[in-house]
Design a protein around this ligand. Sequence first.
Ligand code: ARG
Length: 591
Amino acid sequence: MSDLKALLGEAVETAFADAGLPPELGRVTVSDRPDLADFQSNGALAAAKRVGRNPRELAAEIVGKLAGASAVMSVEIAGPGFINFRLTDAALTARANAIAADPRLGGEYVATSRRVLVDYGGPNVAKPMHVGHLRASIIGESLKRIYRFRGDEVLGDAHFGDWGYQMGLLIGAVMDENFAAAAVVERLNAGATGEDLGPFDTVSLADLDRLYPLAAARGKEEPAYRDRARKITAALQAKQPGYYALWERFRDVTRVALERDFHALGVDFDLWKGESDVEDLIGPMVAELDAKGLLVDDQGARIIRVTQDGDKRELPPLLVVSSEGSAMYGTTDLATILDRKNTFDPELVIYCVDQRQADHFEIVFRAAYQAGYARPGQLEHVGFGTMNGADGKPFKTREGGVLKLNDMIEMTRTKARERLHEAGLGENFAEAEFEDIANKVAVAALKFADLQNFRGTSYVFDLDRFTSFEGKTGPYLLYQAVRVKSVLRRAAEENAAPGPITVAEPAERELVLTLDAFEAALAEAYDRYAPNALAEHAYRLAQAFSKFYAACPILQAEPDVRASRLALATAALRQLERALDLLGIAVPERM
Ligand code: ARG
């Protein structure tokens, strides 16, 4: 089954080819004058210029070649040579019934399924998350869902940052104040066995949150403090037992809290692998890179040079082993490429990470290609801009600190509750249901505000606007979806059943054309790593439904029409819910 736009496009391209013209000039777009046409092709103008002919004449010739398609559409030449197409009601009726009967609501599978890994979220032990992590989570979750829906075999991995310098900083800082824990660490490091690890249980997430910024600041100012942290990091990576045991505690408490916060945001990873998980691969990898002649000694460190002919500016090398002998951020990334190749063998890895890390990925990817761990094209950095505060800088919380995911969600939830009360929604519901709705409204607000922009665009955090039930917002979309649900519930109560769809009214035509556009939006979202195409589609669909509902009575209509409109409303609801689900947004039953 193909969407109408694609079918029409093929027919017009063939007509161009038959007229001896480049078929790509026959491209069809949605009409910008819906009152006159459904689709249009402007190709005759460009073609006429190329071959030096009169555009209207050329358009007429092309139209002549489309005569066979008159059963599905009327064709007209407008202005200097635009070709306008209007589909027949019968063609729209057939398409509407096909979409309604399709479990995928008109969304196609890719021709060949691939193994795809989405690396997103990227939270760290102890280091608080910033807006980059929020966006990575929202966009990455959506890409994961879109790729999976399209038929790829997809895994999402959090790539937990648990193996870098910040671990050395934090181990030192905790040991400086928690003497009981420090004593256990020392004894384990000295080779003691059968230690009681009880004192580690006193190390809480709150301790880590409090200590990390202090330690990070001290590390910047005091070389001795920094050196100690680097040495501890190297010793940790060598799995010195005391440090390792304390680190396990850090990792575990952070992970539990992070997973809970991500889950509240509707972000769930298939794999929660850490940088630390590739530690055992690093030694052999370094030996192999060395054997391949890729490693260069550089002031006690070992690097891979990645500059290429044609570079406009010089990229720094990949630091593989630091002068203390530790693995760096790029080292674990390179080893992770190897690990993924050995385990899942992905044909595509999507790194959904802040645009500010573009150079990092360029360097790592080049090193991976040199080492033969991946082929060019297999590793894609899908970057994005920042979410800014009113001051135009990356958003910070009221204390001026970096964002805590939990605070962000809680703040949005509070606003969502207010909005629901203002709108008189969910008023007589039990507390648990109301809270569930408030959470869904909050998640929809945050995610839709993010995903409606092309990811490269930065945007301003504006909670009032994001949570409004009016305008182009997540809550508006939920409200519309819930409204359709309530219509369908009422119909069920009245024993009104959906039946075959017959398209007749302008608002019905528009709704079906919008349903038809799902496939194009999905394809664009997939091809360009651009969930905003689906966000736009969801918004248009909600608007088309709204117009349809205002213009075409459902329950009051006579039985055949009622059955048709119920079926159309059901298809619209299911496609809207599907599109929202692909954005990572869940719809409540009622509100
Ligand atoms: N943990 C990193 C950070 O906070 C992000 C990880 C992104 N993924 C990767 N494979 N490097 O900056």
